[in-house]
Write a protein that binds this ligand. Structure first.
Ligand SMILES: [Zn+2]
Length: 287
């Protein structure tokens, strides 16, 4: 069933594990992620960026597909449908479309404006029983054409946003979106510890989960991270499996060109990747 991410993340924080947010791009992605969650009895957050929402023809299409698929596939684990890096306007659209969770990314705004808009959205989400993720300190790398600087969040600003009543907080701690460069110095656990000290029980979110070594992921979870976003990694394994299928000439054998056959290796690769991540995050059997 579609639920807010609030309860699943509070449980994760208390239980010292993390729930994965897996970004979806189409029907195959959604099916792979939901099936993985059900098989491993794990809660799951399906992330939708504004770009992916547009690609899938709009948030209403996405919400209708996800809700219907939960029913048709008999998915019984908690599923949250979450807008990833939403603008103020995008958040409003997703609230209307029936999402169960939104992220308002006001990290590029002056702190006063971030506070003002986050406050307004907190009130709406509370009324609707939805969860809200806020962001302080931009997260580096490239996402939907938006390039961040990879700074670390100011713990005092984190506390200020946390105190507005958000459900979860994303804070830059040296993490970046996409593939990490060779010379990446690693996560700033000192900054994470300072943020955690000031924000207490609030679940913290780690963006840019692709390529962070497993031991760093586990340390981050021990320091209060309860939601980890995975996007690029699923895209890479999907592309790789599809390329292998084509390069092996399988699309030219029999009816190998049938999209249901052509897209199957990639879909299975996503499912395996999601399962692998759930094991690392510790969310298996927590549904
Ligand atoms: Zn992100």
């Amino acid at each position: 069933m579609l639920v807010s991410a609030q309860e699943m993340l509070q449980k994760a924080k208390a239980g010292h594990y993390a729930v994965g947010q897996f970004n979806i791009n189409n029907l195959e992605w959604t099916k792979a992620a939901l099936s993985a969650a059900e098989e491993l009895r794990s809660p799951i957050i399906l992330g939708v960026s504004e770009g992916a929402g547009k690609y899938m023809t709009g948030y209403k299409t996405v919400a209708a597909m996800v809700k219907a698929m939960i029913g048709e596939l008999n998915i019984t684990v908690p599923v949250a449908l979450h807008l990833d890096h939403g603008s103020y306007e995008g958040c409003k659209k997703c609230i209307e479309a029936g999402f169960s969770s939104i992220m308002f990314d006001g990290s590029h705004l002056p702190i006063e404006e971030n506070v003002e808009k986050t406050t307004e959205l907190v009130a709406i989400c509370r009324e609707k029983g939805m969860s809200l993720e806020a962001e302080v300190g931009s997260i580096g790398g490239e996402e939907d054409g938006v390039v961040g600087m990879g700074e670390c969040a100011d713990p005092q600003e984190c506390k200020r946003i946390a105190d507005l009543g958000v459900s979860m907080l994303a804070a830059g701690i040296g993490n970046i979106h996409g593939v990490y460069p060779e010379n990446w110095p690693g996560l700033r656990f000192d900054v994470l510890a300072d943020i955690q000290k000031l924000t207490g029980e609030l679940p913290l979110v780690l963006h840019g989960g692709t390529g962070i070594p497993d031991d760093m992921i586990k340390q981050a979870i021990s320091l209060g991270v309860s939601k980890i976003n995975v996007n690029t990694e699923c895209q890479i394994v999907f592309a790789q499996a599809t390329r292998e299928y084509i390069e092996a000439g399988k699309d030219q054998q029999g009816k190998g060109f049938d999209p249901r056959k052509l897209l199957l290796p990639g879909t299975e690769a996503i499912k395996e990747k999601v399962k692998e991540k759930m094991e690392i995050f510790g969310s298996v059997g927590k549904a």
